[in-house]
Design a protein around this ligand. Sequence first.
Ligand code: SF4
Length: 446
Amino acid sequence: MRHVTFIRPNIADMRSGDAMEPLVFAILASRTPRDVAVTLYDDHIEEIPYDQATDLVAITVDTFSARRAYQIAAEYRRRGVRVVMGGHHATLLPEEALQFCDSVVTGDAEGAWEALVEDARHGRLARVYAGAKGEHLEGPLPDRSIFRGKRYAPIALVQYGRGCRFACDFCSVHAFYGERLAHRPVADVVAEIRNLDRRLVFFVDDNIFSSLAAAEELLRAIRPLGIRWVCQASIDVARHPRLLPLMAESGCIALLVGFESLDERNLAQMNKPWNVRGSSYADAIRRIHAHGIMIYGTFVFGYDHDTRDAFDATVDFAIDSGFFLANFNPLTPTPGTALYRRLGEQQRLEYPTWWLDPDYRYGRAIFSPQGMTTDELTAGCLHARRRFYGYATMLGRLRKAPRQVLRPYNLGLYLLSNTISRREILRKQGRALGPPPGLEAKREPA
Ligand code: SF4
């Protein structure tokens, strides 16, 4: 075997204007023997040249991109190329993925990928390579040479840890890792950042504040590096007296926080009551902003105590809070989560396998909520996004933002990211997932 092609599928056969580098393939490239060439094709930014010769195709699959991934796999297999899959969706539903590919890597790829490549070199492939979860994270630095010449957002994705100490009922991270938490050696992370040609970093950890000791160790180590960075963190990061100052000193400019709901009964139902434990949202927001850190707030709608009034109330809150970005999503039951099981048991899933359903459209609510109709849930989320990303509202939000965050660099980022988010949200809404009509993914006969 001389050549492996990596593929990142989009939700459909479409290009996106906000694509970031798919870190997983830089990790796989670094763990592929030097005598095997690797190439990446990213459905988000380029056409896939199916006829280009290759010996093996590796596709990462998340639930939204599953139908498109299966179609891409069918195209390669029609040409006699072996296809392997990994990622969250393939891990949670390996038997489904195996109907469309030759082999599945479950769990983390580290360790399992090396074994798979070795087998492929000898002309054999097992059906399943069971990777560990949250182990073997030490090792070679990601090989970003596969991104060369591709038009990605000018931000480098770096990962320090995997897993989260919480168990929100809708969360696929918890479904994937369970209670496991793992971190790379800080020295590896520092070496990786020193090697980057970009000075804006996105720590893609599911929750950078999964361990206080680990978070502090990282922040102290990256403080001298002179980068700017953004991350995802649980809101209790704002309640710890040492973390916010350390984050600001080490270059943190923005934080993605899952507020999810303004209704405490919904937070209890999703197993996230701790979101408002110890301090209110207003208090946490004030503390984060006071350190010059912008907030990207995410919200979900459709828990049992949401009514139609929730949409405008939540958008008002996000505007008044001066958030630089926000997401307003219909609650999405993904396979493997407690939410998916509960809604299934209650027979409330209108599209039980929505990721495969040719009738499902991106942005549409998937289940019957209690406090409104399914259509109202779909329309309410779209209304919330349109309101938040209206041009007048974008400027109005700037006036609400505290002066500590209104530095020139942040202002540039604000304008750019809001414009892109507005465009991409509206482009995706209502899209059919996966292949265009007439190009259905082919399952292998049993
Ligand atoms: S805090 Fe975030 S990453 Fe952790 S379980 Fe909840 S939603 Fe998932």
